[in-house]
Design a protein around this ligand. Structure first.
Ligand SMILES: Nc1ncnc2c1ncn2[C@@H]1O[C@H](COP(=O)(O)OP(=O)(O)O)[C@@H](O)[C@H]1O
Ligand SMILES: [Mg+2]
Length: 235
C-alpha cells in the first residue's frame, strides 16, 4: 500500500453505563479515547479485565451508544458517525462495511452452519452456488468436521461455534473487522488457521481492531497495541 488510508477515527469517546434498574447509578468505563485505524492495519486493544475493551468494541459496532465523542467510519467512501446515523444506515454499515466476530455466538437460530455463513456471502451479492463453495472452503480451512456443516451450531462446542463465528466474519471482504477473542477457544492447529485467515484479511486491506489475550497469537497479527485502561474514567 503506497499511502495509508484511514478507515476508522475514534474521537474523544466516553462511555458511562447508567443502571436504570438501580436508581440510575452511573458506571463510568472510559473517557476521552481517541485513535485511528488504517486499511491493512491491526490495532489490538489491551488492558486489565473490566477496563472496557469489549465495551469499546461493541461501541464501534454501535451495540452501545457512546456517552460522548464520535466514531467515524469510512462507509462507501464517506465518513459517517456510526453512533448517530439512522437505524437503516447503521444496518447498512454492518452489512457492507464492518464485520464483527464476537466472543460467543450471538444468535443461535435453527439454521445449518454452512447456510449461516453462505447467507452472509449472498447478502454481499454472491450467487448461492459460489457462496456455498466459498463457505465450504473456509470451513475446511478452519477444520470444522464436514458432518457438522449441515447442523445448526446451537449444540456445538465453544471451539466449533467460534469457527462458525470466524467464518461468518471473514466470508465477506469487510473493509473493517472487529474481533473479540477470535482464537480464545481454539486448539493450537485451529488457532493457526484462524491467524492465517486474519493475516490474509489484513493483506487484502482490512482495518482490524482486535481483542486477544494470547500474546503469541496477538503478536502475529497486531501492528500496535492500544491500552484501554489508560482512559479509565473517574467514578
Ligand atoms: N451492558 C452493561 N451494563 C452495565 N455495565 C456494563 C455493561 N457492559 C459492561 N459493563 C461494565 O463495564 C466495565 C467494562 O467491561 P468490559 O468492556 O466487558 O471490560 P473488558 O472487556 O476490558 O474486560 C465493567 O465494569 C463491566 O461490568
Ligand atoms: Mg471483554
Amino acid at each position: 500500500m503506497t499511502q495509508k488510508s484511514l478507515m476508522l477515527q475514534v474521537r474523544n469517546l466516553r462511555k458511562t453505563f447508567t443502571l436504570h434498574g438501580r436508581g440510575g447509578v452511573q458506571l463510568p468505563v472510559f473517557n476521552d479515547i481517541s485513535f485511528e485505524v488504517s486499511a491493512g492495519e491491526c490495532v489490538a486493544l489491551i488492558g486489565s479485565s473490566g477496563s472496557g475493551k469489549s465495551t469499546l468494541l461493541r461501541s464501534l459496532y454501535a451495540n452501545y451508544l457512546p456517552s460522548a465523542g464520535e466514531i467515524l467510519v469510512k462507509h462507501h467512501g464517506e465518513w459517517v458517525d456510526i453512533a448517530s446515523v439512522e437505524a437503516r444506515t447503521k444496518l447498512e454499515i454492518r452489512r457492507e462495511t464492518i464485520g464483527y466476530v464476537s466472543q460467543f455466538l450471538r444468535v443461535i437460530p435453527r439454521i445449518s452452519s454452512i447456510d449461516l455463513i453462505s447467507e452472509v456471502a449472498i447478502s454481499g451479492g454472491m450467487s448461492s452456488e459460489i457462496a456455498i463453495e466459498v463457505s465450504s472452503a473456509l470451513l475446511r480451512r478452519l477444520n470444522l468436521p464436514e458432518h457438522l456443516w449441515n447442523v445448526p451450531p446451537a449444540t456445538f462446542s465453544g471451539g466449533e461455534q467460534q469457527r462458525v463465528n470466524i467464518a461468518m466474519g471473514l466470508v465477506r471482504p469487510y473493509p473493517i473487522l472487529l474481533l473479540d477473542e477470535p482464537t480464545a477457544s481454539l486448539d493450537a492447529s485451529n488457532r493457526e488457521s484462524a491467524i492465517e485467515l486474519i493475516l490474509e484479511a489484513k493483506s487484502r486491506g482490512a482495518a482490524i481492531i482486535a481483542i486477544c489475550h494470547d500474546e503469541t497469537a496477538r503478536d502475529r497479527f497486531a501492528d500496535r497495541l492500544f491500552d484501554v485502561s489508560q482512559f479509565k474514567a473517574a467514578a
